[in-house]
Design a protein around this ligand. Structure first.
Ligand code: F6P
Length: 354
């Protein structure tokens, strides 16, 4: 009989509840383990905010968006003796392992706990950004791509009716996965990603050629929020950061659309999809991925194989050492490595530019 703690940290995404349900059901039904939920990410372990997770507590949550445990961007490194407090609570609650469901920030904390503080953790990757290393996909990505694609589909008809350029800003702080996938699926005329600084004149040239050649004056540009122009003049960078030091983005579409209108004379509008991409019910793909991840995470705890992250590779569920998904910061602390866009997707998308 083991006691497992489970938490969801960082930005929420559809599919978290499916993962929590899988952890609870498999723990209780297969192994007779006890599961304690910690609320609001690492804040739950710092402050002892718990929720016992029974089968009843997770009944009916599979299709629901968000997370029944709540989440936060609480960084133990920003709290006095934060890591020591977590270890103290880990022992106080008699836990054998923590299943940490999160993105690069949350999983970086889990790596520090596992490696530096001797707190056994198993990591489950989630983020709509799909930028966690060593896994093909993260929970939430497929739903975000579906939402963004549906938005692009809707924008096509209004762009066409009004002969307008539409700039669709999607999430993707350091990686252009959502932009590339939704842009390909939605037939975008230009896609801008953080991995490839864009040249404003080239963007306008593509638009002008397209409108001249095709004799129609509408275009759809999909831009990841973290994309920047090669001269640095167009970007969404702000001075505000979150507790993990990530710059709070949003608003690239505004500057970009003004600039396009100014340089081309084409009437241009922007839509910032923002947090709509993180809301709502998860797609079947995300529910299945979350369920498979949750089940494998519990199996790893049962086998005493902590210090690992579950992931997917070529359709199979795999597990990788947590050290493979992190790098060290200036202070020697671990943080998640960013998995940037596989540029093969970008090259494919480019075939359809203009
Ligand atoms: O979780 C990743 C992400 O959705 C990024 O794409 C985005 O930049 C960020 O979170 C937004 O964070 P918040 O919800 O704190 O505004």
């Amino acid at each position: 009989m083991k006691n497992i703690g489970v938490l969801t940290g960082g930005g929420d995404c559809p599919g978290l509840n499916a993962a929590i349900r899988a952890v609870v059901r498999h723990s209780i039904d297969t192994y007779s383990f006890n599961v304690i939920g910690f609320k609001r990410g690492w804040a739950g372990l710092l402050e002892g905010l718990v929720e016992p997770l029974t089968k009843y507590a997770v009944s009916g949550i599979l299709p629901k968006g968000g997370t029944i445990l709540g989440t936060s961007r609480t960084n133990p490194d920003k709290v006095e003796d934060g890591y020591l407090k977590i270890r103290e609570n880990f022992r106080k609650f008699g836990l054998d392992a923590i299943i940490s469901i999160g993105g690069n920030d949350t999983l970086g904390v889990a790596a520090n706990l596992q490696i530096k503080y001797d707190v056994p953790c198993v990591c489950v990757p989630k983020t709509i950004d799909n930028d966690v290393a060593c896994t093909d996909f993260t929970i939430g990505f497929d739903t975000a791509v579906s939402i963004a694609t549906a938005a692009i589909d809707n924008l096509h008809s209004t762009a066409e009716s009004h002969d307008r350029v539409m700039v669709v800003e999607v999430m993707g702080r350091h990686a252009g996965w959502i932009a590339a996938f939704s842009g390909i699926a939605g037939g975008a005329d230009i896609i801008l990603v953080p991995e490839k600084p864009f040249n404003m004149d080239e963007v306008c040239e593509i638009l002008k050629k397209r409108h001249k050649r095709r004799g129609r004056s509408f275009s759809i540009i999909v831009a990841a929020e973290g994309a920047t122009s090669d001269d640095g003049a167009i970007s969404a960078k702000s001075a505000k950061t979150d507790p993990f030091g990530n710059i709070i983005l949003g608003g690239l579409g505004v500057t970009l659309s003004h600039e396009i209108e100014k340089k081309t004379g084409f009437e241009t509008r922007y839509v910032i999809l923002g947090h709509t991409q993180r809301g709502g019910t998860p797609t079947p793909v995300d529910r299945i991925l979350a369920t498979r991840f949750g089940v494998r995470a519990v199996d790893l705890v049962a086998r005493g194989e902590t210090g690992k992250m579950v992931g997917t590779s070529g359709g199979s569920i795999v597990q990788v050492p947590v050290l493979d998904i992190v790098e060290t910061d200036k202070k020697g602390f671990y943080k998640g490595k960013t998995k940037t866009l596989d540029m093969e997707f970008y090259e494919t998308a480019k075939v359809f530019f203009g």
